[in-house]
Design a protein around this ligand. Sequence first.
Ligand code: IPT
Length: 956
Amino acid sequence: MIHGKRLMVFSGEIHPYRMPVQSMHLDILQKIKAMGFNAVSFYVFWGIHEPKHGDISFEGFRDLQPLFDAAMKAGIYLIARPGPYINAETSGGGFPGWGTHTPGLWRTSNATYLEAYEGYIQTVGSLIAKNQITKGGPVILVQARFHFCAENEYSGVQEPYTEDFEYHRRLLQSLHDAGITVPITTNDAWPGGHFTSVDIYGYDSYPNGFDCSNPYTWKSDAVPEYFWGAHLEINPEDPNAIFEFQGGAFDGWGGSGYEKCSVLLGPEFERVFYKNQYAMSTTIFNIYMIFGGTNWGGISHPGGYTSYDYGAAIAEDRTLREKYYELKLQANFLAVSPAYLTSRPMNIFATQGSFTGNAALKTTQVLDAVGNKTGFYFVRQTDASTNAVQTYQLKLTTSIGDLTIPMIGGSLALNGKDTKIHVVDYTAGSTTLLYSTGEILTWATIDGKDVILVYGNAGELHETAFKFSGKIPVAKVVSGNGEIKQKALAGGSLALQYTTTGQTVVQVGNVLLYILDRTNAYEFWVLHPPTTGPYARFSTDNPVIVKGGYLVRSVDVSRGTLAISGDLNKTSSFEIIAPTASSRSVTFNGVPLSLSRTPYGTLLAKKAANLPVVNLPELSALKWKTADSLPEINPKYSDAKWTIADHTTTVNPNPRGTSVVLWAGDYGYHTGNILWRAHFSASGSETGFSLDIQGGTAFAYSVWLDSTYLGSWVGDSLTGEHQGTYNFPSFLKAGSAHVLTILQDHMGYEGDWWAASDSFKQPRGIRSYSFLGKGVLPQVTTWKLTGNLGGESYVDRTRGPLNEGGLFGERQGWHLPGFDDSRWGSGKPTEGISAAGVSFYRTNFNLNVPKGVDYPLSLVVSNSTTNIYYRAQFYINGYQYGKYVNNIGPQKAFPVPQGILNYNGVNTLAVSLWAAGATGAKINSLALQLTSKVESGITAIVNQPLTAWIPRPGAY
Ligand code: IPT
């Protein structure tokens, strides 16, 4: 219950750190709200807030307050998930890099771990506490994450750790100490009953898996029915809560791309799997992800690339997928079905053939256990993966006795991967639906009339029956081509039979019944004008129903004018169902609409989309400057300022084959490229060098002896550690001084999914090495390394600790706007370099995108098929918004949000190009492309600070 009202928490997951433009949060939250959701769940990534132990920062894009404020403006409650561990395909699963050189087993009650997170939890906890609903803010729940450790039956490796109740107790205590008073929740990885002593226990489920390469292949038994039994066993006193239910999938290097994930986890998945959860009376439901965002900078773990689109309902460029519109139907239905909130499934595991007599179908009967009246019948395929068509008649228990529907002849149909929710004795205002096989989209009482919207797939046969207390009225079609059959039933009821095709409006007594096919249903939006007070935008009163538009964000009512805010991708026809007194005139994005009235009293209008042409720069035609970004292989280069790798001990638990520690993390380098230098004096017998080096999946490395390129490991989609042998071109003179330079990737730290596994401590760097040859072999006299300038004391507080790596150009800040490249030579990334190495490129261009539109842009590359071994990073106004690996893929389009791109002024684009082949490399093509064009009610976007280059004292 929130503010005294029982509701379903219908929520979607976003990660604010994956959308660094804070003024963009409102756009995303409004889009979520417009689906009929009332909540958003979000992770906080500890690693970016405390990149150095004790240096806690919520500066710049890391500030959470803009998210809290946007939630109040959108009318969205928040579920805060501050970790400390988050997973989330984030580097180290959210742990800071320094965790890799901190003693003690993490995610346990080990004292060093408790000490490690305490400062962060206190800081983030008090920021969240200030924004709790009890303090006038949007936060309703806070999640503490535990995840029990591997037990015998799983792998045995983590014995003796199982559930660490002491850690559990201490973390809850820390959250309470920080002032958290709203209920604390936890998400069990499956309904396993771990850590149930939190206020609201819940679980996760990803039932359709993560193999996006076969998007049409479902497991036949994937729809979990045992969750209800688990709920009754574990926490019957709580709402049945799912804190993560699959909303897409993550994809990794060499993967199949997110469009395929959006098919595997598309509208059919939503209909089958989400409705299955509703069949188990789930009343806290969070979809992971609803908007995935971008792994810009070094956010990702090694199993992911720059995009974290996730195939979610809202794509990375913030456009809406069909699954968005499907979800809107479901969320809106549940939002107007209070009987669902007190319902219980009645026949778990006795669903096959029930109520239909058809063994190919499963039907769950869900009854309101409090009102004891309303019923919901969930009909779906027994084999979830089938595309077969099943016909059925349904036996219902109703307030007028047992009925078999349809009552007017024929049968109902379930077409392939679908689920139907048929309601019985369902209340819609002053109307009671005896039953409806057409699914309810929404209903509202407007100017004393009950408006009810039902839908089905195009051409399906459906029935809706009304219970009347007095005389049975005659139903008549008032708009549309559909035909209805009607039949009076016992007890003053009237059944209507129809097919769902297009839109047909039927008047029955005091009811307007909209009969819709799915395509028409997708076009409806349910909005609530704000009331007063801080929670004005959370109102669920006075609904207004709008049909039309790509998106309708919100409505406001003032002095008889209904002001609609939304987005249009083409000329749109609107039908508006609103109280007369609040819609005497109507505006869309501030423009008055000319209105006409339907015979049944609703408003019609039309609006052309204002989609001005914008001219985009042709990137290949711009003036580009270039400079060498690997001066380290030049004999004159001095590495005097580099970090000397001189640790002879480490607390990192991983096995090590070197006398000095050669793990970058031990020296404070946790992201981006790492460079190593091994100085030695030749013995004259050495013929080569071999090493075992680790960088994470898809990493690469290149090796030089002095200025001579020896070779590379170019990476593949599976390898995270590599043993390589590099022969020297000739014997070296005994006693001569040499240096090996090794450039490697850091693909992010592994996650730590099994608590107490410490898998995030897998190091990045050199595990062992040796010289090759017969006879006396040299010793490395000094190992040196560098990563990003400053390491944990990173330089760029605006863009945070993961944005820049250790390339020379990054250390110098060449990626930043305002760097003076006037003395650089001319050269383009599409011209590239002709030998192995690293080069940097810079250019500037202007954008001039008018206000009032939302035109997302992507940086798009095409695959090079000659000289394929290279990787590039793209910096837009200093933000690393793309890491492209030509020989692995799959990502070729890199969405960059407005706010990182300056849509009204100058932009700096910088590119680093690492050619890992002896004949060099070039980028085949590079272009800026629009991915969508809408006229938009989006609130003006404020650029994130696009701070310019300033001298970097001591940069080397
Ligand atoms: C779940 C994690 O909680 C979440 O952070 C994310 O990593 C997700 O997996 C996959 O995208 S754990 C779940 C598989 C039980």
